[in-house]
Design a binder for this molecule. Structure first.
Ligand SMILES: [Zn+2]
Length: 294
């Protein structure tokens, strides 16, 4: 059966109180692992490449592969994660991405709004079904680092509700990533977080009924906090660092234990298996499992 559209799944997630999970990849075995997990869980899934991952994998290659999986009936959608310029977001639209995340959160509010609006207009002209995600407030850390001390999040890094409403109205975005207390990367010796700003999540969710709220920096957040964030209106959760850590640890263990392994499929296999397991756990936790009708 042909899977539904990304827009349909996001609409259902919002109505029914679950979340799509988004996983970053930059190798084909990671992509396969994520897709297999989604297939086995009958879950829709977002796969994403941030700019460096996109350069490493190839944008058109990623879009072509995701197209092949979709033809086979898998509800997998490709997102250009954290495009830091209008140009790179437009290039992803040209390359066949299903959604683009334009992240101008380091610019001023007005500049952010202007650039994001430009991307929305371009995407709609290119293919009306492309969804655009904007970002407000800023996440203070670097992606995929393992921090060894507690991270302090300054109060002014959180977006204001009125700003978010104006931003959504004027840009025409479909999804919004607000800073709500997560970081990129993980801190050793979790739990390290202050509480996520649950109050802000629930205010934003009520103020933005037509918008999907996206939680970035989901790695290292406790299961309980993820569940509460979803219940309050986060309908997409991004996981990247956790997968990278699992992939690398499994690969290292395999190379340690089998020093003569030469065929990449033999030593990469356990790394992909570790990714697959983590993805399955997350699809279950987010409530996405079983949402694809067969
Ligand atoms: Zn992110």
């Amino acid at each position: 059966m042909k899977p539904g559209s990304l827009k349909d799944y996001l609409g259902k997630a919002k109505k029914e109180g679950w979340a799509l999970a988004h996983f970053n990849f930059c190798t084909i075995d990671q992509l396969h692992a994520i897709v297999q997990a989604a297939q086995e869980e009958l879950a829709p899934v977002l796969v994403g490449t941030a700019e460096k991952e996109l350069r490493f994998f190839g944008a058109e290659e990623a879009a072509a592969l995701v197209g092949i999986f979709r033809k086979r009936g898998v509800a997998v959608f490709l997102n250009a994660d954290h495009c830091t310029s209008v140009q790179s977001a437009m290039a992803a639209c040209e390359s066949g991405y299903d959604s683009v995340h334009i992240d101008l959160s380091r610019e001023s509010f007005e500049e952010n709004m202007k650039g994001t609006k430009e991307v929305v207009e371009f995407a709609k002209k290119k293919r009306p079904e492309i969804l655009v995600e904007g970002e407000l407030g800023y996440i203070v850390t670097d992606a995929s680092k393992v921090y060894r001390e507690k991270v302090v999040i300054p109060e002014d890094s959180y977006p204001k509700v009125e700003e978010a409403v104006r931003f959504a109205q004027e840009t025409g975005i479909n999804l919004l990533a607000p800073a709500v207390g997560t970081i990129h990367g993980i801190v050793e010796g979790a739990p390290f977080f202050e509480e996520l700003r649950m109050d802000l999540i629930s205010k934003l969710s009520r103020a933005l009924p037509g918008i999907t709220l996206v939680l970035h920096g989901g790695s290292g957040v406790s299961q309980d906090q993820v569940k509460r964030a979803i219940a309050l209106g986060m309908n997409s959760i991004h996981i990247s660092t956790d997968l990278r850590v699992a992939y690398r640890n499994a690969l290292e263990a395999k190379l340690q234990q089998d020093k003569d392994a030469m065929a990449p499929y033999s030593y990469l296999e356990p790394a992909a298996a570790a990714v697959k397991q983590l993805v399955k756990d997350m699809l279950i936790l987010s409530g996405a499992s079983g949402r694809v009708k067969t």
